[in-house]
Design a protein around this ligand. Sequence first.
Ligand code: SAH
Length: 343
Amino acid sequence: MNNRKDVKNFTLEEFEKELENISEPDYRARQIFSWIYKRLAGDFSAMDNIPKPLREKLAQSYYIGAITPLKHLKSRDRTEKVLFRLEDGNLIESVLIYAGRRVTLCISTQAGCKFACLFCASGMNGFKRNLAVSEILSQIISLERNLKYKITNYVFMGMGEPLDNYENVSKAIKIMNSKYGMGIAARRITVSTSGLVPGIEKFKGLGLQVNLSISLHAINNELRDKLMPINKKYPLDKVLKACEDYVDNGGRMLTFEYVLIKGTNDAEKDIDGLVKIAKRLKAKINLIPYSPIPGVNFQAPMEKDVKTFEDRLLKRGINVTVRESKGRDIMAACGQLAGTQTT
Ligand code: SAH
């Protein structure tokens, strides 16, 4: 019983092989995937186009994993945050953000985070572990089950560093994108990274039109080293070189995320540096006003200063947007996901 395998950890190709080993044809894997990802079945018993003896046989060796929602918070601005408990008791969070017709789901990829960016709550309690493919996908399925609206966009911007869990994240993306899985168009999926160079290189090989966002946050090593310790391992020039290779090898247009912190990275010289980097890589800039984190000594910028910063970039021909930080009252905004029960 305990060594049953979770079907949601397999890509379609892998599950076809599993079935081949028990002499079952390919199409059964497609049927089972359709039940799990399109009809959101939670066990084999509902799968009425699969003969009962086979369903029973499957249930002896496999199960369909799920995660348990513990808390579902709703913000004044409609943002929703769900705290989930994993089978081993670890906690993760997912966020739903409504903006116009867009309904974006922000997905976690790790319990905790290793990277300890100074301005982010996700790494403050350390790193617990990578999420399994199934646990990544379960965040989507659990929310879809109860949702009145269709999720339109999926961002890997919850807890953790997606490219530090590349294998599971890439498999989850394949299942999300597969027509036999969730059938989500790749361009509706975005992966955000703190700049793991080997991960960016691997991501190129995914061969899907998934969007890549890079957390830049500083235009020189001196400041980036302080804000994001990972910069000491993969300094800015190496990150930008990896980005360049990505773009030159047919990657989609990149986005640089830039957390705007009052008095830290919002000066004229920062604008100059951003313009240079964005032009070099023909990239977009997404400004994220810093969301306050308890115990962190940074200040959020004033709204008018964010606007001025944006305007200055626009005037210099940069494609720039400001990410509205939603859900602050329920600690659901960027960088506020700590995976704790305190809210
Ligand atoms: N580990 C990935 C995903 C992180 S979350 C990454 O680093 O890209 C998505 C974005 O939110 C990142 O750009 C992250 O740096 C940013 N962020 C973290 N803490 C923040 C805060 N307190 N305010 C605003 N944005 C924050």
